[in-house]
Design a protein around this ligand. Structure first.
Ligand SMILES: [Zn+2]
Length: 64
């Protein structure tokens, strides 16, 4: 005796589309939250080097 939950045949594709939509929204939010704080308002580059070879802000580093 097997009791299986009744699932609608249309719920599969709709769930996938819903998950994709949420993933896109969450990714946009994460990228936004990560990029906004550390960037220079003048040149748009980060103040601290996150990865090797990455260009950083030099607006305030001329008297070195
Ligand atoms: Zn700058």
């Amino acid at each position: 005796m097997a009791l299986r939950p009744i699932t609608k045949p249309m719920s599969g594709p709709i769930l996938i589309a819903y998950a994709l939509l949420w993933a896109t929204l969450m990714r946009a939010l994460l990228v936004k939250a990560r990029i906004l704080p550390p960037t220079c308002a003048r040149c748009g580059l980060r103040f601290e080097r996150g990865a090797l070879g990455e260009r950083v802000c030099t607006c305030h580093a001329h008297d070195h």
